[in-house]
Design a protein around this ligand. Structure first.
Ligand SMILES: [Zn+2]
Length: 465
């Protein structure tokens, strides 16, 4: 489900009806977790008054049969582990379209929406089509012939953001406008709930015992989709946008902000029901931990590994260990994968690197056996004077004497590959890469110019979970 994003404002008004999306299956809810069930074939007949619009998991068989002013709708779907349906007499005429992609059957997309949220229908359809393209290209072809998207009616917000096989509820926003936070949220919820169709639906991991494999990996893959499309988060409203306030965040940066500020208490690979900090961190911390693993393995290797994970485990029930094994085998970097899992999945090691000292000082003539302190000083003054005459427009931070620059870095958390960049007054840079278990390291340079800044992880490639 989509409980990852704080809403800026929630307006609650009394309404005449409650939620219309209903889940219909035999398994039990558990606090903060959802599904685990086996695959089956569903053959379901729903009888409802004629004026009701019906949406459900799977394919509608023929034309609904009419009897006594009621219609019986017949749905069939194999290779799914749940069935959901909706019946609402206020639904507007549904928005219907098709999608096709290599290896997938032609997919019929139906968006069910109430008249008050008409502005949400086309964006939800577009986000669903984009998601079909992304997930089928990056994991594997979409195997079903339908997707049904439900925009919940007014005052039925609790029905929003919920996934079922071939069927999900998105969200609803009054007067939706492009380029706003609402538009971003509708897109994200649509992508996220569709994405569950792969991670919860087809891969069907156990959400009670290992929620990371569904909510976590889904969040990660959704954010990769937005990153690939060059999408940022438009943190603005129509009103703020009108007065020119429209900040934009990178999706993974925002996820990082969503990680708990306090020391993480629950490993990502832990179950859903004994978590001190709840299920929330599973979304953000899995996305950031996998993002950091991707930085180390490389994008192409990571994508190959996820395709293989999907190929091996679709319609089965993978565990966290199966994910780890697939990543280790495909990448050929078992040691690295096992280290990341040991630190970030089976434990809660934070990334905590810092610059503990930074200095850049002139190397001056030193007094010694042949040079008294006074002579050394005089020599320094003379050299400086000559140099100033020869370089009347010299910049601060340059001079007759070289500069010795020293940076000490400290490591208090996980072992991650790290980059330090030191920038000098003439614009030149020194870049060093460091990693390993050492708790501190010292780097030194002697150059004609003074250093002006030292920075670790300058490209923000590590999410600092
Ligand atoms: Zn979710």
């Amino acid at each position: 489900m989509a409980q990852w994003f704080p809403k800026i404002a929630v307006l609650e008004l009394p309404g005449e009806r409650g939620a219309t999306a209903v889940r219909w299956n035999a398994h039990e809810y558990h606090a903060e977790s959802e599904f685990y069930a086996d695959f089956g074939n569903y053959d379901v007949k729903l009888t409802a008054p004629k004026e009701y619009t019906i949406g459900a998991t799977g394919e509608l068989q023929g034309t609904p049969a009419e009897k006594d002013g009621k219609l019986t709708h017949h749905y069939v779907q194999g290779d799914v582990h749940d069935f959901a349906w909706t019946a609402d007499k206020r639904t507007a005429r549904p928005l219907v379209d098709t999608w096709s992609g290599p290896g997938s059957p032609q997919v019929k997309i139906t968006v069910l929406f109430p008249p008050e949220y008409e502005s949400n229908a086309a964006p939800a359809l577009k986000a669903t089509k984009d998601s079909l393209t992304w997930f089928s290209n990056t994991l594997g072809p979409y195997p079903y012939k339908t997707v049904t998207v439900v925009i919940p009616p007014h005052n039925a917000g609790e029905a929003a953001g919920m996934e079922y096989p071939t069927f999900f509820t998105a969200d609803s926003y009054a007067g939706l406008q492009p380029g706003t936070l609402d538009a971003y949220q509708l897109d994200f919820v649509t992508i996220h709930e569709f994405g569950h169709g792969y991670f919860y639906g087809i891969l069907a991991s156990n959400e009670f015992e290992e929620p990371m494999l569904d909510e976590g990996l889904n969040e990660y893959w959704d954010e990769r989709m937005l990153r690939a499309a060059g999408r940022g988060i438009d943190a603005t409203t129509p009103l703020l946008k009108a007065i020119g306030i429209a900040p934009r965040f990178k999706v993974f940066d925002f996820s990082r902000l969503g990680s708990p500020r306090e020391e993480p208490a629950d490993p990502l690979g832990e179950n859903a029901y004994t978590r001190l900090q709840g299920i929330g961190p599973v979304y953000a911390r899995t996305a950031t931990a996998m993002h950091d693993l991707e930085e180390q393995l490389g994008k192409e290797v990571l994508e190959r590994a996820f395709k293989e994970y999907y190929k091996r485990w679709k319609f089965r029930h993978p565990s966290v260990a199966d994910l780890r094994e697939t990543l280790a085998e495909v990448s050929g970097q078992r040691q690295l994968v096992e280290r990341v899992f040991a630190q970030q999945v089976y434990a809660t090691t934070r990334v905590d690197d810092r610059i503990s000292s930074f200095s850049s000082e002139e190397v001056l003539p030193q007094p010694g056996v042949k040079l008294s302190a006074k002579q050394a000083e005089e020599k320094e003054d003379k050299i400086r004077e000559d140099w100033d005459k020869a370089h009347p427009h010299a910049k601060d931070g340059t001079g007759p004497f070289p500069y010795r620059t020293e940076v000490i870095v400290r490591r208090r958390g996980a072992d991650v590959p790290q980059t330090l960049v030191v920038t000098f007054v003439d614009g030149s840079k020194e870049t060093v890469r460091w990693g390993g278990e050492q708790r501190w390291q010292k780097f030194e340079w002697t150059k004609p110019v003074k250093a002006v800044s030292a920075e670790i992880d300058p490209n923000a490639s590590i999410c600092w979970t």
